[in-house]
Design a protein around this ligand. Structure first.
Ligand SMILES: [Zn+2]
Length: 525
């Protein structure tokens, strides 16, 4: 049954068809036969964290392929992206204070850093190293020491509620679009300098600390209340020094160490980290892909949906981003279960290397759709793609013109409240029509705004329509993002069911509509 939904008033507004019979079937399957929590549970609790190129990531690639095949999807495969680096995993970590008193301390290792090779004991020393030149003054003074790299940080009492859902005022606020200021070359140059300085310091410190016989380094967690926010350290590249064991410590355990040293006490710790690189040489990373094939004249055209499956290593990568993966997989399962026969091919992608700079999706888009030429300037070449100037003419592949749209989920596990149109005003009336059957479950809002920082940007950057949904934040940015608390417990099953239904309906309608989704003009570089 096709029901015509009137778009915004005015002559230019198209009438965007919505297949309410199909929406009914999708909602029934998503709300009453859901498997989204089974998928979410398997990824988080059976497989666990999925650091790119870790053995657990490989398990997740294999398991998701198997699920897709079991559900009757086709072209199920992994696709490599080159030279990501080595795999890494850790199995245990402990830090004990031995003096001035005894106590266990809460700390976990940064990814891609070495283990301690058994317990090591050493005196703690505060160092002030902000640039490679600062290392010089510590020459000959660090042997057998455990270094505190950060200053103590004053505890900040939370003023905001931990968990947050959008209210009507918050959604209304998202409707405003800030006209961008002129691109500030100085700010850009500063960002690039900050990146290159940080990288230079990391490379120099890694080598220096090894040469000087440092036992381990400790950094303060970025959040208070015992939460450990831990990313990468050392190096994932086989040809670079991995440095010494690096751990992130809970702020409330780190600060007392600094105070004790200020009070001239000798602080002694025992550190034991079991961690290992799982490859000798750099390895490719792998995205997992699967399809529901289209049929008829539009079968060669593509609608995509996806989420990154890689995660950081201290939680179980639940809200970031097993939630997105489970929702995208569930959307595909629903479409098969309701017998959808799309005109365009629907392709799901579970990316890897997202946390290290959208590497998996960027590489995939470059291979299949379009890319700017690799920069020749060595300074530009050394930058991550997000910091590079896109130089030269976009080189389009055959499928560039066959591509309709990409839908992504990576803003935690919170309920969908609408979608960002990514400054593509022509899609807004279409999305408003598609969203209407989901107003009653809280998704009401289509905004022109851009949203960034995840895999839809790999598409947007080359002029392809790529979108993220507006989500309730929950406690994503107060408790779970990249933290050891990013576990199953912080997700709401009803939110994930709602999201899966909306994704299934959006990709179905994108796959069925007469035209591909309109594109916004590609900006000149
Ligand atoms: Zn993420």
């Amino acid at each position: 049954m096709l029901v015509l939904c009137l778009g915004v008033s005015g002559v230019a507004a198209a009438q965007e068809p919505v297949d309410l019979d199909m929406v009914n079937r999708i909602r029934q399957e998503a709300f009453h036969n859901s498997q989204v929590m089974a998928t979410f549970s398997h990824l988080t609790e059976s497989i666990g964290p999925r650091l790119t190129n870790s053995p657990q990531m490989a398990k997740a690639n294999a398991w998701t392929r198997e699920q897709f095949s079991n559900w009757g999807l086709v072209n199920v495969h992994d696709e490599a992206f080159d030279d990501f680096g080595r795999g890494w995993e850790f199995s245990n970590a402990s830090v004990e204070m031995l003096s001035p008193r005894t106590s266990p301390l809460h700390a976990l290792p940064k990814a891609w850093t070495p283990g301690t090779n058994g317990p090591v004991e050493g005196v703690v020393m505060v160092v002030d190293i902000k640039k490679p030149a600062d290392l010089e003054k510590y020459k000959g003074k660090l042997a057998g020491k455990i270094l505190l790299l950060d200053e103590a940080r004053e505890y900040e009492r939370a003023v905001d509620a931990d968990s947050h859902r959008h209210d009507a005022a918050g959604l209304a606020e998202l409707q405003t679009f800030a006209v961008p200021k002129d691109v500030d070359d100085k700010a850009r140059a500063k960002r690039i300098k900050r990146y290159t300085d940080r990288r230079a310091l990391a490379l120099a410190s890694n080598k220096f600390f090894v040469d000087e016989g440092v036992l381990a380094t400790l950094s303060i967690s970025g959040w208070d209340n015992g939460i450990l926010r831990v990313g990468g350290g050392g190096s994932r590249k086989a040809d670079e020094s991995v440095g010494v064991p690096e751990l992130v410590m809970a702020a409330e355990h780190y600060n007392p160490l600094v105070r004790a040293i200020e009070h001239k006490q000798v602080v002694k710790l025992r550190v034991n980290v079991q961690a290992r690189f799982t490859d000798e040489a750099n390895q490719p990373g792998y995205n997992t892909l699967a399809e529901i094939p289209g049929s008829g004249s539009k079968a060669g055209e593509i609608v995509m949906l996806g989420a990154h499956m890689d995660s950081w290593h201290t939680g179980t990568g639940a809200s970031d981003n097993a939630a997105g993966v489970a929702v995208m997989m569930e959307a595909m399962r629903i479409l098969k279960a309701v017998g959808a026969k799309p005109r365009r091919t629907i392709r799901v992608a579970l990316w890897s290397g997202e946390e290290q700079g959208l590497i998996g999706s960027h590489d995939y888009v470059a291979r299949h759709f379009a890319a700017y030429p690799e920069p020749t300037d060595p300074v530009q070449r050394a930058l991550p793609s997000s910091l590079r100037d896109s130089t030269g003419t976009l080189q389009k592949k055959r499928d560039y013109d066959r591509f309709s749209a990409y839908f992504n989920m990576d803003n935690g596990s919170g309920r969908f409240r609408g979608i960002y149109a990514q400054e593509n005003l022509a899609v807004m009336p279409i999305f408003k029509a598609w969203l209407e059957p989901f107003h009653d479950v809280g998704a009401t809002t289509v905004v022109a705004r851009n949203t960034g920082s995840t895999d839809h940007i790999s598409f947007d950057r080359v002029g392809l329509p790529g979108f993220q949904f507006i989500q309730d934040r929950l406690d994503y940015f107060s408790n779970v993002h990249h933290s050891d608390l990013d576990t199953w417990d912080h997700a709401e099953p009803e939110d994930l069911k709602q999201a899966a239904a909306i994704v299934a309906s959006f990709v179905y309608h994108a796959a069925m509509r007469e035209e591909k989704l309109p594109r916004k003009p590609l900006l000149d570089n």
